[in-house]
Design a protein around this ligand. Structure first.
Ligand code: ZN
Length: 434
């Protein structure tokens, strides 16, 4: 039995309220008791006790949409249009990616996420065995959607591979879920998308796909099918099950009727700004959507800092709406925490019975001090240096400011070598086109 005590802690509860002077007990990865701390009291026994009076404890952060392995490409495609970014840079390099690139890129991404206080992420990529290896070795929580490109062929074979992983992992460990990852309606047109969704239904799994990322995708879908990408996805059954919509930036008003109660948007604002993707319907329709935040891949967002993405959403919203009173701090925090609901793990609350995915924030630092409201400090001022401890299911992945889930020096040396080989191999031929 591993018993950890966070004593004299200040924590932020599910409603975003600060609770002071509490002892939080964690046993075998689950929060087992929360009690009042009183000066001079005899503390509950524990294998490890951390005094938290100068810290703020929150549930861990969730990254709703990532292509973790793409950290290996961070900085490779800059100042490019979306078409050039995919067709001339990213997809040609990806076509020559090795298992080692996927593994190291994912491990690098996990290390970066943990450093920022991210405790779970929804990944969308191929090479899933390497992704799973990195997830197991580091101890992070993950929802993994192996990517399926309908237009690349071999869909039946690919579906069998993914279904085998779904059957193997779902229910095995509460820390790892697998779902189906059709890339998008434009790379998985009918009848592939329906086939993928029907397989997901049969295996009681969710799906994760890109929908209506750009205005041009909506225009092309209308020209080809007379339907928006959301309508195409709806007709394939995507919204009958738990569905993570990557981006959905250009959701149209008439698309809202297609969405299900378990349809979740992962908003990745930094990518939209960087690739100049415009002001889609997600802003005006936000009150009618379930959404949280994602980072997208490191090649488009350059960081996997989920606080930065939440902040970016608020800033874009205030700016384009010309109203500084909107996108309030409590509203952004609620949506940040909604990532836990979207992924369906037993996490996201500082409450007895909930798995202990927690971050201990040190806000007594020059970038965040003084603290009038800890949520303000977190959303508008904090960075990775403030995430002092990151815990997943009771295990510390970052401890007292230092990553413990990886050997950082070794990882950077391995990435350096892989990066040199990747550049030497150069670009191949993309298997799909944007
Ligand atoms: Zn994406």
């Amino acid at each position: 039995m591993i018993h950890t005590l966070l004593w004299n802690a200040n924590y932020i509860d599910a409603e975003g309220q600060l609770q002071n002077h509490k002892n939080i007990e964690i046993t075998d990865g689950v929060i087992t008791a929360i009690s009042d701390y009183v000066d001079g009291m005899i503390l509950p026994e524990a294998n490890e006790a951390i005094e938290c009076k100068d810290f703020v404890v929150t549930p861990g952060l969730v990254n709703m949409h990532a292509h973790a392995a793409m950290n290996i490409f961070k900085g490779i495609a800059e100042d490019a249009s979306a078409e050039e970014w995919f067709n001339d840079l990213i997809w040609p390099y990806e076509s020559k990616m090795t298992d080692e690139d996927v593994y190291l890129g994912t491990k690098l991404a996990i290390a970066e996420m943990v450093s920022h206080g991210v405790t779970s992420f929804a990944d969308h990529y191929f090479g899933e065995k390497q992704v799973l290896k990195a997830v197991h070795e580091t101890g992070i929580r993950a929802d993994i959607a192996p990517t399926i490109f309908g237009l690349a062929g071999n869909v039946t074979e690919r579906l069998t591979e993914v279904a085998d992983l779904v059957d193997k992992y779902n229910g095995l460990d509460s820390r790892v879920h697998v779902r189906f990852g059709p890339h998008s309606p434009y790379t998985c047109p009918e009848p592939y998308l329906t086939e993928i969704v029907n397989t997901a239904k049969a295996h009681k799994a969710g799906i994760h796909l890109h929908i209506s990322e750009t205005e041009e995708q909506v225009r092309q879908s209308m020209a080809a099918h007379g339907k928006t990408p959301f309508q195409v996805s709806y007709e394939a059954g995507c919204f009958d099950i738990n569905c993570l919509v990557a981006h959905g930036l250009w959701v149209e008003d008439e698309d809202l009727k297609y969405l299900g109660k378990d349809t979740w948007f992962g908003f990745c604002g930094k990518t939209y700004m960087k690739l100049a993707m415009g002001n889609g319907g997600i802003y005006r329709n936000r009150e009618k959507l379930n959404f949280s935040f994602g980072t997208d891949g490191g090649a488009s967002s350059n960081t996997l800092d989920i606080l930065e993405q939440a902040r970016t959403f608020a800033l874009i919203g205030k700016y384009i709406g010309n109203d500084p009173t909107t996108y309030e701090i409590s509203y952004i925090w609620k949506h940040l925490m909604d990532g836990h609901r979207a992924l369906g793990f037993n996490t996201g609350k500082v409450e007895v019975g909930v798995e202990a995915d927690l971050v201990i924030w040190d806000l007594k630092r020059v970038n965040t001090f003084p603290v009038y409201n800890p949520l303000t400090a977190l959303l508008y001022s904090a960075d990775a240096s403030n995430a002092r401890y990151t815990m997943v299911k009771g295990n510390f992945l970052k401890y007292d400011g230092k990553l413990t889930c990886v050997n950082e020096a070794e990882l950077l040396a391995d990435v350096q070598a892989a990066h040199a080989k990747l550049l030497a191999r150069g670009k191949g031929k993309a298997i799909v086109f944007y």
